[in-house]
Write a protein that binds this ligand. Structure first.
Ligand SMILES: [Fe+2]
Length: 282
């Protein structure tokens, strides 16, 4: 197995590994270390089926079943289909997923740990996924801001309708999000400590963080704007241009991401997703 760091602050490509195979304990240990060292791992040319993806994902925590049943692979329900494909006028997977910067499942008390995406079909252009290094974004904050946010907690909301910074784009989305309006916001430390490395990261996101616990919006919203600007500075971003059979995994404890879109509705993109459950942020 070869691990080649990307040129930026984070991310690495892993070569000479076949994710169909049962991995040795040694290989797994190397991969787990690479995962916390680099936060985003990219594997090209993987010819894997959903059960291979599931088996691999399980090495990085308990795999969660997400989204509605009709969007999962029938005999492998932990694998969710993200796609714009239609069948009999109905979407066969989750459409327009992840279109604003976020960390997966942050509105949960115990958010996501690792997310794995595997590219089965790609549009002729667009459909990139962007990643942002939240350790680097935190490290580069002015000391004054670091002090200011040290003990603050961000409020994370699942419903897009509670967040004036985002728009509902998917068909039927307003009805879908209305049902989530009653779900209470989840508070998490804005400065998160990585449980394995002890490194600090900026744990807020444009998609999910709508306020700051115990702080008036007049003060909280400008501070959030400042942090959101910090998170998307170009030096902290890696943009993944997908190739068929790429598998990309990342650490939601220290990486934000978004789907950048930019492809036509008839230009098919199909991605298989698995996600593992993390622990409570501290
Ligand atoms: Fe996501």
């Amino acid at each position: 197995m070869k691990i080649q760091k990307l040129s930026g602050t984070f991310g690495a490509e892993v070569a000479d590994i076949d994710l169909k195979e049962q991995l040795s304990e040694d290989d797994l240990e190397v991969l787990k270390q690479a995962f916390v060292d680099h936060q985003v791992l990219i594997f090209h040319d993987q010819q894997i089926e959903p059960h291979h993806q599931l088996a691999f994902s399980k090495h990085f925590g308990p795999v969660q079943k997400l989204y509605a049943e009709e969007h999962r692979i029938p005999d492998c329900p932990e694998v969710v289909v993200l796609t714009n494909e239609m069948s009999d006028g109905k979407p066969v997977g989750v459409v327009a997923a992840g279109d604003y910067w976020h960390s997966d499942l942050s509105p949960n008390k115990t958010p996501g740990l690792a997310t794995f995406l595997y590219a089965r079909k790609l549009p002729s252009e667009g459909g990139d996924t962007e990643f942002a290094d939240m350790h680097a974004a935190y490290d580069a904050l002015p000391n004054e801001t670091k002090k200011q946010i040290e003990n603050l907690r961000g409020l994370h909301a699942i419903s897009k309708l509670k967040n004036p910074r985002v728009e509902v784009t998917r068909p039927g989305g307003t009805e879908y999000y209305k049902k989530q309006n009653s779900i209470p916001d989840q508070a998490h430390p804005m400065v998160r400590t990585h449980p394995v490395t002890g490194r600090k990261s900026l744990y807020v996101s444009l998609r999910f963080t709508i306020g700051i616990e115990g702080m008036d919006d007049a003060k909280a919203q400008p501070l959030l704007d400042e942090l959101f600007d910090q998170q998307v500075k170009s030096e902290f971003i890696y943009r993944h241009k997908w190739q068929i059979d790429d598998l990309v995994m990342w650490d939601n404890r220290s990486v934000n991401h978004r789907a950048s879109g930019g492809y036509d509705i008839g230009d098919i993109r199909r991605i298989h997703r698995t996600s593992t459950l993390g622990d409570e942020p501290f």
